[in-house]
Design a protein around this ligand. Structure first.
Ligand SMILES: Cc1ncc(COP(=O)(O)O)c(C=O)c1O
Length: 443
């Protein structure tokens, strides 16, 4: 077990790969990288890397190989379904379909719902959850300003939804604000109206335990790269019936049990779920890494939550002292995971992000975070004309020093200005005369 305790924190948490990464500054120095962009992609856990290393000598073809290593790899791949099922507290009958990421999982679900399913969602969703559902059967509910209002709004929307199959899509934690949505209450409302509910857990799964049965959700989607297992796997867990009735998401080997030649056409018998939607050679390494990350997090929830909440408080308290700082918020009464999006009046978000990287070795996100509708609205609410914000997000790789460095750097940028010259190129701010060198493997 690899745990790390960083100066200034009180809890030991699973250690990440790259905690000591040194990055160049435009000024020629090198500093430890302050990765405050966990919400986009989290670093790999050391234990996940160990699990991958352990598998690699055994890595071989999955499902069709008779060789012993193939049998080991197949066992690893198939067992991962139970490991993931346990992580999200799913029913034993739930399908576990491996995908590339949350986007892939939600697109698969969108392709699998019965025709004319009425879909209800809040317009604050990430594009991965917002865009697969379009057309006359989709009701987009304006994002509410409190958890209670969310429940009332969903109740109203479902009361007005046409009869027939119904599906609610909801995020567990907003990628813009980190706020935790009242999933159990929303699921209760969905149930009362005969609707199923799908949980976009991309931002929730790395930060809080999930129990599908207790929450009452029917589907859960999340990504390996956000849960400290960046090896290209994601997952959709949930009720098997719609998935079983749907046409395969991709067609090809693995999704078929039998193909027959009828001269002018091919006869195809499609496999049952989960293989039905997993055509092509599966990502055994990614799936094993994903399952390993789930188990590691499951053993350390208490420390993980305490570590992140401590840093979140430090981050919010620090940022609130910066002149012109305005934090974006949707559900003003909700608890949140370690995500803070903000504007600083008079400063472009892209410029701030570029200067934080170039002069301070800090990685944050700027833009509209694949949630254009809600970010456009929230930045207006805080008096900004740009449809962009800065997002700082924390996780297991974050230290108090990273947080303090961000706060100090922003204060210096806002009160004294940058030390370097920046220009806009192709719509992005970049430092001029940027001589930072890439790592040798890229040279
Ligand atoms: C809430 C939420 N849902 C879905 C996604 C899409 O995840 P992925 O890019 O891994 O498919 C993201 C990614 O940022 C997200 O934050």
């Amino acid at each position: 077990m690899t745990l790390a305790i960083t100066p200034g924190t009180t809890t030991a948490v699973p250690a990440v790969v790259g905690a000591d990464l040194r990055v160049p500054l435009v000024t020629g120095e090198r500093v430890t990288y302050a990765n405050l962009d966990h919400a986009a992609s989290a670093p790999c856990l050391q234990e996940v890397r160990d699990a991958v290393d352990e598998l690699l000598p055994w890595y071989a073809s999955v499902h069709r190989g008779a060789g012993f290593a193939s049998q080991v790899s197949t066992r690893v791949y198939e067992q991962a379904r139970d490991r993931i099922r346990r992580f999200v507290g799913a029913h034993s009958s739930d399908a576990v379909v491996f995908t590339r990421n949350t986007t892939d999982s939600l697109n698969l679900l969108a392709r699998s719902v019965p025709k004319n399913t009425a879909v209800v969602l809040f317009d604050s969703e990430h594009h991965a959850a917002l865009l697969p559902w379009r057309g006359p059967n989709v009701q987009r509910v304006p994002a509410p300003s409190s958890s209670g209002a969310a429940v009332v709004a969903l109740d109203r929307a479902l009361a007005a939804a046409p009869v027939g199959p119904r599906l609610v899509i909801v995020t567990g934690a907003s990628n813009v604000t980190g706020e935790l949505w009242p999933v159990a209450e929303l699921a209760k409302v969905a149930r009362r109206h005969g609707a199923r509910i799908a949980l976009d857990a991309a931002q929730l799964a790395p930060h809080r335990p999930i129990n599908a049965r207790e929450l009452g959700v029917d589907y859960i989607a999340f990504s390996g790269h956000k849960i400290y297992a960046p090896f290209g796997a994601g997952v959709l867990v949930g009720r098997a019936d719609w998935l079983q009735q749907a046409q395969p998401y991709l067609v090809g080997g693995g999704a078929t049990s039998k193909v027959t030649d009828h001269g002018d056409r091919l006869g195809v018998a499609w496999s049952a779920v989960p293989e039905r939607h997993e055509a092509g050679s599966p990502n055994v390494v990614g799936v094993h890494a994903l399952a390993a990350a789930c188990e590691i997090l499951s053993r350390h929830w208490e420390q993980t939550v305490a570590h992140e909440q401590e840093l979140l408080t430090r981050l919010q308290n620090g940022l609130r002292t910066i002149p012109g700082f305005r934090e974006l918020a949707i559900l003003t009464d909700a608890d949140k995971v370690g995500v803070v999006s903000f504007t600083i009046s008079g400063f472009d978000a892209g410029f701030l992000a570029a200067a934080l990287s170039a002069e301070y070795g800090i990685g944050v996100r700027d833009g509209a975070f694949c949630a254009h509708v809600i970010v456009g609205r929230l930045v207006k609410q805080v008096g900004s004309h740009e449809e962009r914000a800065v997002r700082a997000s924390i996780g297991l790789g974050t230290t108090p020093e990273h947080v303090d460095r961000l706060v100090a750097a922003l204060r210096t940028l806002v009160t004294e200005g940058p030390k370097w010259t920046y220009a806009q190129r192709d719509g992005r701010w970049v430092p001029q005369d940027d001589n930072r060198t890439l790592p040798p493997f890229l040279a």
